[in-house]
Design a protein around this ligand. Structure first.
Ligand SMILES: C[S@@+](CC[C@H](N)C(=O)[O-])C[C@H]1O[C@@H](n2cnc3c(N)ncnc32)[C@H](O)[C@@H]1O
Length: 233
């Protein structure tokens, strides 16, 4: 049974909350995103430099890749795909972000789909070797059990042995500094982040319930995760 607000103490992932979190990524924000969010905030606030997340992409990304919440497409533009012409599908609830990422990696001729992590995906017969969701989970409202529905939604589209990976800023806890705790609270008040209760152990449990070869590693206040869909690669 899904946890409700009375059980978790967290606001439910209503459509309005889901939209608020995605709508934040408007053009001016996206223009500043690579430098401000990935270059500075990741490094100095969350203490996980973007190079570390890029190395995570390099290790996990496959020849046929789905990216959920690609933002500006910085990671997809820079990561090393295992083939020259990867098959890439981008899925984002925010059409401006989707357009930005699609344009940025147009050399790969990506497919773009508007879609919500909380709803089943309309990707027809597509099958992927990897699914990336970098800095997505901390945006999604609800308890870890509720936001993990995104893992269920990718399952029908995974090839045996496919990798599911990403990173997410963790909720309140000793891994945060005084400064990052304050910023975290502010971002949660505005509905841009929804992660005050996000714990590495809970993410680990949700991944183990669905996948094999689960790895969760903490860098500062960020959890980098990867898992494998059962079956040979
Ligand atoms: C913090 S940005 C991360 C961008 C990029 N992955 C990165 O790591 O730089 C979050 C992205 O997730 C998208 N997003 C937020 N909520 C979503 C949802 N419910 N379904 C799909 N995409 C969502 C946003 O529009 C945005 O593109």
């Amino acid at each position: 049974m899904e946890p409700n607000q009375a059980q978790t103490g967290l606001p439910e992932p209503t459509d309005a909350r889901v939209l608020t979190a995605a709508a934040f990524y408007r053009r001016p924000m996206l223009a500043a995103y690579d430098l401000f969010v990935l270059g500075m905030m990741s490094r100095f606030m969350w203490r996980c430099p973007r190079g570390r997340m890029l190395a995570h992409y390099d290790r996990q990304v496959g020849a046929s890749h789905l990216d959920i919440g690609p933002g500006t497409g910085w990671f997809l533009d820079r990561c090393n795909f295992p083939v020259e012409s990867p098959n890439i599908t981008l899925l984002d609830l925010n059409e401006v972000a989707l357009g930005t990422a699609t344009h940025r990696i147009r050399r790969y001729r990506p497919e773009a789909r508007v879609g919500d992590a909380f709803k089943p995906f309309a990707l027809r017969s597509a099958r992927f070797d990897s699914v990336g969701m970098n800095f997505l989970l901390h945006c999604l409202p609800g308890a870890m059990e509720q936001k993990s529905v995104v893992f269920d939604h990718v399952m029908p589209f995974l090839r045996p042995g496919a990798r599911v990976f990403g990173s997410t800023v963790l909720g309140d806890g000793p891994h945060h500094t005084q400064r990052s705790t304050k910023l975290l609270a502010k971002l949660n008040r505005s509905g841009v982040f929804n992660n005050l209760d996000d714990r590495l152990e809970d993410l680990n449990e949700q991944l183990h319930a669905r996948f094999t070869a689960v790895e969760t590693v903490r860098s500062g206040a960020v959890c980098l995760f990867s898992a494998r869909f059962p079956g040979p690669r």
